[in-house]
Design a protein. Structure first.
Length: 753
């Protein structure tokens, strides 16, 4: 028998350097015409040209369809069995990654025939990986036939039950055969055990039909604290876009007081979509008429008001996970206030070719205008680092990274602007997938235009491999705390999930919650406050899901591997003292890939809802986005505050707010910062504050983000009301804020596939 080289199919998958993927809508690039008919430069042509330069054979995270075609050409010209088998397996995998499960399975059958006919021997690791990848192909076939093509409100939420059970069971049944065959030879394989249980669950056979030796304890899918389930309204409202990984902003883009949705998907042909909230329980698709639909291929987006005109603009990020081929420009889109967006990137001086995952807007010099900080991916000799752009107050920006001392190069994946030392000047926290995280302190408080890295003494550098981050005041003590989630390309989430429950030994991957003790000292409290499960997070964000005044958070698991079917997670903040996992009881535990996350009160009922972009990296790993509607289980009270700066930036980004309420005869203080939240996903800038069962709003105190602006105290606010708080105004302006019910009729035409 001839020995062939080790066919590590799993390695093929891991080469994926964790990407994110999207659908292929052939949207043409239109020129941006001015009123006199002349053509003004924008980034759409540059983006198209940059994507055209990408070599599909060097980017395994995406372009699977193109890569499959190129491999097929090679395959047809090779006859030697030892060479042909390796290429055959690569081809089968790329078909699977392209979403062609049936075709992939046929090609795996061809591979088996080549092995048998040529008497090729397989080592143990290769046998294991062949069983596994074929099982995964059958499992994905079952997902496509049921969860995608016959999608319903329970599809892919674990523990899978009711309508989530597959009506077409063949894919999962054949996957079970593969995984059980694998486990008979490799009985300790944690990944196969995990997926075997999920496969049984999809056909209604869990736990009773799972062989006892491989059965997962059903208690692992239960929460100690139960919350009333949230309902996914996206299908009924026409908001269940079926795409890949992408970003989301939930905010008011037309200044009518209602939160709209802008979302992206990362494949180079995928559009930016815009759904306008009609204020009557419905949304209208304005993607085309707004001009957003022709801005393609974005993994992450956030909102800003860079020109202080009172309309929210949009920043689009691209190139992440493309490694040395990621020089794809980002785009700044100015909101015209007329329902359209204008590409002003080139005019603003922001044209830059680099792979970008995250950025943040803040007024770093406190001059009343928002600046931009961008974190790029550096890889080996490919250096891109951090870009700081200072707003010149005339529609342009000056690149100032070197001047401010921001010359570091890492594989940066997350960034937030946060005032950690309460001196008003925004500092910077940046996360990395290569060498730990860094906190930079803004020296504006001593009159210097620079940032100084804190180093190790602040204790915020772990995990060494990190992805998304945010700042919030989780315990309402007036100091901004930091959250960062770990990530890895070197371990399967299914294996880590199993180890978590069996061994509790994955501390290097655990999320970190850093409690701000003042004086630039932080204490890691996640491990002692219930945040003790690895999530491999990509998108995430925070909000107050039970309207009690304490901020909760949602972690979206986004590892690109098909076998990464681990649950997305929701954590409930218990009085600022600990966090409880409520993912299963609250109907949040979708096992498809989660990415951009946004919290906001879309229907004006006073509680925070949540929109999540769901979909993976590969061309074929598409799934439906979700809009989780909050049931406000405890009927808690609330207060909505829309801040507007005059000396400070108009969007009031960076404003610090103290809400004093009277509850049960005692004063209680709740702290919020005006921010879009996480580094991957953008919350509404409106402050939607739960006040539990407060009897009275005593006062709202605002520290405006500008140099010599005094703090401002507002009084006379009512519970369960919304207000505009204008800097310098003598009193709050009450806003009309009446709840609407979701209108489920007549929206099939809005669905995208």
């Amino acid at each position: 028998m001839r020995q062939i080289s080790k066919l590590n199919i799993l390695a093929i998958a891991f080469i994926l350097l964790t990407g994110l993927m999207c659908t292929k809508n052939d949207t043409s690039v239109n020129d941006s015409s001015t009123s006199d008919g002349s053509v003004e430069e924008d980034t759409r042509i540059l983006v198209k040209e940059a994507y055209a330069r990408v070599n599909p054979m060097k980017i395994t995270a995406t372009m699977n369809t193109e890569r499959a075609a190129l491999i097929k050409q090679q395959l047809d010209s090779i006859t030697a069995p030892e060479k042909k088998i390796n290429l055959q397996l690569e081809y089968a995998f790329e078909l699977l990654a392209s979403g062609k499960s049936r075709e992939a399975l046929k090609e795996y059958e061809v591979a088996y025939r080549i092995i048998i006919q040529n008497n090729l021997s397989l080592d143990a690791a290769t046998r294991r990986n062949l069983y596994f990848i074929v099982g995964m192909a059958y499992m994905r076939l079952g997902e496509i036939e049921n969860c995608v093509q016959n999608h319903n409100h329970q599809s892919c939420f674990i523990p899978i039950k009711g309508d989530g059970v597959h009506q077409l069971p063949t894919g999962s049944q054949k996957a079970i055969i593969q995984f059980e065959t694998l486990l008979k030879e490799f009985p300790e394989d944690l990944e196969a055990k995990y997926l075997l249980n999920i496969a049984y669950m999809t056909i209604g056979g869990y736990p009773q039909d799972v062989p006892e030796a491989w059965r997962i304890d059903p208690s692992w899918y239960q929460n100690k604290v139960n919350v009333k389930p949230f309902t996914d309204l996206a299908p009924q409202l026409g908001l269940n876009y079926n795409g890949r990984a992408g970003g989301i902003v939930m905010d008011d883009f037309n200044n009518d007081g209602w939160l709209d949705l802008i979302m992206t998907s990362w494949n180079y042909l995928d559009p930016t979509l815009f759904y306008v909230n009609n204020g009557d329980g419905t949304f209208t698709d304005k993607s085309e008429e707004s001009g957003l639909i022709s801005h393609l291929g974005s993994l992450n987006i956030n909102q800003t008001d860079f020109n202080n005109d009172g309309f929210l603009d949009l920043y689009i990020m691209r190139g992440a996970w493309y490694i040395a081929q990621g020089d794809i420009p980002n785009t700044l889109l100015m909101n015209t206030g007329k329902g359209t967006f204008k590409d002003v990137t080139i005019k603003a001086g922001l044209t830059h070719h680099a792979p970008t995952q995250a950025s943040a807007w803040a007024d770093f010099n406190l001059d009343g205008w928002l600046d931009l900080i961008v974190a790029n991916e550096s890889y080996g000799d490919y250096k891109r680092g951090i870009d700081l752009y200072i707003n010149q107050q005339d529609g342009t920006f000056e690149h100032a990274s070197t001047q401010y001392g921001l010359t570091q190069n890492e594989f940066f994946k997350g960034i937030v602007a946060v005032d950690v030392n309460n001196d008003k000047y925004p500092d910077i926290y940046v996360t990395s997938l290569t060498n730990g995280n860094q906190l930079f302190i803004n020296q504006g408080f001593v009159g210097k235009q620079s940032f100084i890295p804190v180093g190790d003494q602040s204790n915020v550098r772990a995990p060494k491999l990190s992805f998304p981050c945010w700042n919030f005041d989780y315990d309402n003590d007036g100091n901004e705390d930091l959250f960062v989630s770990g990530f890895s390309n070197d371990a399967s989430p299914g294996i880590i999930w199993m180890q978590d429950h069996l061994l509790k030994n994955n501390s290097e991957y655990l999320p970190k919650l850093y409690h701000n003790k003042g004086n630039l000292q932080f204490e890691e409290v996640g491990s002692t406050s219930g945040i003790n499960e690895v999530a491999f997070t990509m998108g995430c964000n925070f909000g107050d899901i039970n309207t009690d005044g304490y901020l909760d958070f949602y972690l979206a698991t986004g590892n690109p591997l098909y076998q990464s079917l681990v649950p997305n997670k929701m954590y409930l903040n218990i009085e600022g003292k600990r966090f409880e996992d409520v993912s299963y009881s609250g109907n949040f535990a979708n096992i498809q890939k989660g990415h951009g996350v946004s919290f906001g009160d879309w229907n004006h009922d006073g509680d925070e809802d949540m929109y999540v972009v769901i979909g993976g990296a590969y061309d074929g790993d598409n799934f439906y986005n979700c809009l989780f509607d909050n049931p406000n289980e405890h009927n808690n009270d609330w207060l909505v505050l829309k801040l507007e700066g005059s000396e400070a930036n108009k969007a009031a980004i960076g404003a610090r707010v103290e809400i004093s309420v009277q509850e049960g005869g005692k004063e209680r203080k709740i702290y919020r910062t005006v921010t879009s939240g996480s580094s991957f996903g953008a919350n509404s800038l409106a402050l939607e504050v739960g006040v539990r069962k407060a009897n009275k709003i005593n006062s709202v105190t605002i520290q405006w983000p500008c140099k010599d602006c005094p703090d401002q105290v507002f009084t006379g606010l009512d519970i369960n009301s919304a207000y505009k708080l204008l800097q310098g105004a003598s009193s709050p302006e009450k806003l009309v804020y009446e709840a609407v019910q979701a209108n489920m009729e007549g929206h099939d035409h809005m669905m995208h596939h």
